[in-house]
Design a protein around this ligand. Structure first.
Ligand code: WT7
Length: 648
C-alpha cells in the first residue's frame, strides 16, 4: 500500500458513556451493539426490513432487496410510500400536531416556531401551488433557498407530489446554478428574494436570473419574500410564494410512490469534470435516514436537536429534513453565520432553546477554538446531552475542546463518517454504547458492512492503511449518477467486484475502530465540503489570461485544507498586481466563494511527466512546505520544480 495513506496517529484516551446516558439509550452497551451488528450483517435484509416497517407504507413491499442488476440496487420493490407523509401527516395523525417541528432563528434576530400541523398545512398549500403550475411526478425542481422553514417546505412539497428536488447551496454562483439546471433539465426553481449571511443580503433571485439568461427550459420561478431586497420579476415565469399559496386548497393527499421513485438529486464534486448528480430514491433513503437518526442521535421525545448544516448539503437533507422529521423531532434551524453578530451566536441559541443534541462540523469547532473560550463561557450549555461532528476527520485537540468546553465533559460525541453517496451515516459511535477515542468515527452502524481493503482486495490487518469500502448494499445508498450510469459504475464499483469504493483512505486500530485518513482522489475537503481540484482548474482556465492551472490542497488550521492554485499565463500576459485577485473572483463567479483559491502562484511552467501529466504530488509537496523528495525520474524538466520552490 502506498505510504501516503498510512496513518501514524496514536490516541490512548478513552471516554466511555456514563451509566446514566446508557440507561435510557436505545442501544445500551457495546455487547448489545456487537450482537445486533453481527446479526444485521449476517442478514441485512431482515435488519433493514424491520427498520423500514416503522415507516408508514401505503402498500407493503414485495422484495426487500433486489441486487440482481448490481450495482443498481432496488430496495423495497413493490412498496408504495410518500416521504412527506412520513415526515408530517403521521405525526399529526398521532396527536403530535402541536409539537414544534422547527424553532427557527433568522440571522437578524427574528424568530418563528412552526408546529408539525403548520408545516403540514404549508407543505400541502405549496404542493398544490406547484401542481397548479403544471409540475408533475418525476419533474426536476431546483431549490436555491436561505435557511428558512420554507426551504424544508419546498423539499417536502416536491416529495409530496413526486417531483424530484435538486437543492443548490445558497453560496454557489449563477454559473453553478446553470450547470445544475442543464444537467438535471429542471423546469422549475424555488428561491427567495435573498437570504441573510454575515449581515448582508445574498442576492439569491438575482443569481437565479443570471443563470436563466443562458437556460430557457424553466417555466416557473417561485419566489419567497425574505429580505425585501429589490428584485425583478419576469411576467409569466416568476411568481411570489405568498401569492400562489394564498388561495389554494390545503388539502393535498399524499400519493404513494414506488419505493424506487427518485426523491432527489444532489450534486457533489468528483475528481474529474463537472459535479456528479447523486440520485437518491424514496423508500430506502427514508429507511436509512430515519433509522440512523434515531439510534445515532439517540433521539428521545423531549430532545431539542440542532444540526448547523445548510439544506444545500447532504447533511441538511438527511439530518435536518428527512431523518429528524421522520422521527417527529423538534429542532432548531438557524439562518445565518456562526459569528453574526459575534462568535457566541451558536451558544446563545443553545441556551435560549435548551438544545440537547448538537451536530456540527470540525471546521466550525476549530473556528470557535480560535475565537476564544470567553464566547462559550458566557452561556449556560447545561441542556446539552449529546454532540456530533461530520464532514472531515476531527483532530483530537479539537475533539477534546468540544468535549470539555461545549459538552462540559459529560456529553458523548458521535463522530459520524458518511458521504453524499451513502445518504446516511455509515461509521459512527452509538452514544450509549461505544467507548470513544478522540479522532475516530469508531465502528460501522448496524446493517453496514464496512471494511478496509488493500490493492489486491484482501482485508487489511489492524493499523495497515487501505481503501475504505462497503461490502453489502444498504438502503440509503445512491442509486446512480443522474444520466451517467457508466460514471457511477466506474467511480464506485470498478475497483473491487460488487463492493462500494468510498474514495477514502483509512485504517482500523486494535479495537476494530475505523480511522479515516482522507480522500484518495483529487478531491479536497475545504471546511467539510468536497471540492474537486479539476473543477477549480477548469474555472481558472476559463479566464482569458490563463494558459494552464493545477490546483492542490495544503493543510489549513481552520478549514482543514486550503486551495492553492499554480497558474501559467498565456504568452505576453503579465500578472501585474491585480490578476491574482481577479482570478480568485473569477473562480467565485464560476463556482462559488467556497472554491476561491487561498493562494495563487504564478509559474513559468508546471511540472509534468514525459507523457504530459501534471505531477500533482510534487506540487503538494511544495505547498506543504516540504522539499521535493519523492521520485522525480519521470519529470520532464527538473528546473521547473526548482523554480517553483524558489518562489516559496
Ligand atoms: C467525504 C464526504 C457526509 C456529510 C458531509 C460531507 C469526509 C465526512 C467524515 C468523518 C472523516 C469524513 C470523507 C468523505 N468525511 N465525514 N466523520 N471523518 N472524514 O459529505 O461532501 O459527500 O463528503 O467527507 O472524506 O468521503 P460529502
Amino acid at each position: 500500500m502506498s505510504n501516503n495513506i498510512e496513518s501514524l496517529q496514536k490516541e490512548d484516551r478513552i471516554f466511555s458513556p456514563s451509566p446514566e446516558f446508557s440507561a435510557t439509550a436505545h442501544i445500551k452497551s457495546m455487547e448489545e451493539y456487537e450482537t445486533l451488528h453481527a446479526q444485521s450483517i449476517a442478514d441485512p435484509e431482515a435488519f433493514w426490513a424491520d427498520q423500514a416497517s416503522s415507516l408508514t407504507w401505503q402498500k407493503p413491499w414485495d422484495t426487500v432487496l433486489d441486487w440482481s442488476d448490481a450495482p443498481f440496487a432496488r430496495w423495497f420493490d413493490g412498496g408504495k410510500i410518500n416521504a412527506a407523509e412520513n415526515c408530517l401527516d403521521r405525526h399529526v395523525a398521532a396527536g403530535k400536531g402541536d409539537n414544534i417541528a422547527i424553532h427557527w432563528v433568522g440571522e437578524p434576530g427574528d424568530t418563528r416556531d412552526v408546529t408539525f400541523s403548520e408545516l403540514l398545512t404549508d407543505t400541502c398549500r405549496f404542493a398544490n401551488a406547484l401542481k397548479a403550475r403544471g409540475i408533475k411526478p418525476g419533474d426536476r425542481v431546483l431549490i436555491y433557498m436561505p435557511m428558512v422553514p420554507e426551504a424544508a417546505v419546498a423539499m417536502l412539497a416536491c416529495a409530496r407530489i413526486g417531483a424530484v428536488h435538486s437543492v443548490v447551496f445558497g453560496g454557489f454562483s449563477a454559473t453553478s446554478i446553470k450547470d445544475r439546471l442543464e444537467d438535471s433539465e429542471a423546469t422549475a426553481i424555488i428561491t427567495a428574494d435573498g437570504g441573510w449571511r454575515r449581515g448582508s443580503v445574498v442576492p439569491l433571485k438575482a443569481n437565479v436570473d443570471e443563470a436563466l439568461e443562458s437556460y430557457d427550459a424553466v417555466e416557473s420561478v417561485f419566489v419567497l419574500k425574505r429580505c425585501e431586497n429589490e428584485i425583478t420579476m419576469t411576467d409569466g415565469r416568476d411568481v411570489w410564494w405568498h401569492e400562489v399559496t394564498a388561495d389554494v386548497s390545503e388539502d393535498c393527499p399524499p400519493e404513494g410512490f414506488d419505493a424506487e421513485h427518485p426523491l432527489f438529486i444532489l450534486y457533489t464534486s468528483g475528481s474529474t469534470g463537472k459535479p456528479k448528480g447523486i440520485l437518491h430514491t424514496t423508500g430506502g433513503y427514508m429507511t436509512g435516514t430515519a433509522t440512523t437518526f434515531k439510534y445515532i442521535f439517540d433521539h428521545q421525545p423531549d430532545d431539542i436537536y440542532w444540526c448547523t448544516a445548510d439544506v444545500g448539503w447532504i447533511t441538511g437533507h438527511s439530518y435536518i429534513v428527512y431523518g429528524p422529521m421522520a422521527n417527529g423531532a423538534t429542532q432548531v434551524m438557524y439562518e445565518g453565520a456562526p459569528n453574526q453578530p459575534d462568535w457566541d451566536r451558536f451558544w446563545q441559541i443553545v441556551a435560549d432553546y435548551k438544545v440537547t443534541i448538537f451536530y456540527t462540523a470540525p471546521t466550525a469547532i476549530r473556528a470557535f477554538i480560535k475565537a476564544g473560550d470567553h464566547h462559550v463561557e458566557k452561556h449556560d450549555l447545561s441542556s446539552l446531552r449529546l454532540l456530533g461532528t461530520v464532514g472531515e476527520p476531527i483532530n483530537p485537540e479539537a475533539w477534546m475542546w468540544y468535549h470539555e468546553k461545549i459538552g462540559g465533559g459529560r456529553c458523548p460525541i458521535v463522530d459520524t463518517w458518511w458521504q453524499t453517496e451513502t445518504g446516511g451515516i455509515m461509521i459512527t459511535p452509538l452514544p450509549g454504547a461505544t467507548p470513544l477515542k478522540p479522532g475516530t468515527a469508531t465502528r460501522p452502524f448496524l446493517g453496514i458492512d464496512a471494511a478496509i481493503l488493500d490493492e489486491t482486495g484482501e482485508e487489511c490487518g489492524p493499523n495497515e492503511g487501505g481503501k475504505l469500502v462497503i461490502r453489502k448494499p444498504w438502503p440509503s445508498m445512491l442509486r446512480t449518477i443522474y444520466k451517467d450510469p457508466e460514471r457511477f459504475k466506474e467511480t464506485y464499483w470498478n475497483e473491487y467486484e460488487g463492493i462500494y469504493l468510498a474514495g477514502d483512505g483509512a485504517r482500523t486500530d486494535d479495537d476494530g475502530y475505523f480511522w479515516i485518513v482522507g480522500r484518495l482522489d483529487d478531491v479536497l475537503n475545504v471546511s467539510g465540503h468536497r471540492l474537486g481540484t479539476a473543477e477549480v482548474e477548469s474555472a481558472l482556465v476559463s479566464h482569458d489570461a490563463v494558459a494552464e492551472a493545477a490546483v492542490v490542497g495544503r493543510p489549513h488550521d481552520i478549514k482543514g485544507q486550503a486551495v492553492v492554485a499554480f497558474v501559467t499565463l498565456k504568452e505576453g500576459i503579465d500578472h501585474g498586481d491585480d490578476l491574482a485577485a481577479e482570478l480568485r473572483n473569477h473562480v467565485g463567479t464560476e463556482i462559488g466563494a467556497i472554491a476561491k483559491p487561498d493562494d495563487i502562484r504564478f509559474a513559468q511552467a508546471l511540472p509534468k511527466t514525459r507523457s504530459g501529466k501534471i505531477m500533482r504530488r510534487l506540487l503538494k509537496e511544495i505547498v506543504s512546505g516540504g522539499e521535493v523528495k519523492g521520485d522525480t525520474t519521470t519529470l520532464e524538466d527538473f528546473n521547473v520544480v526548482a523554480s517553483l520552490q524558489k518562489e516559496d
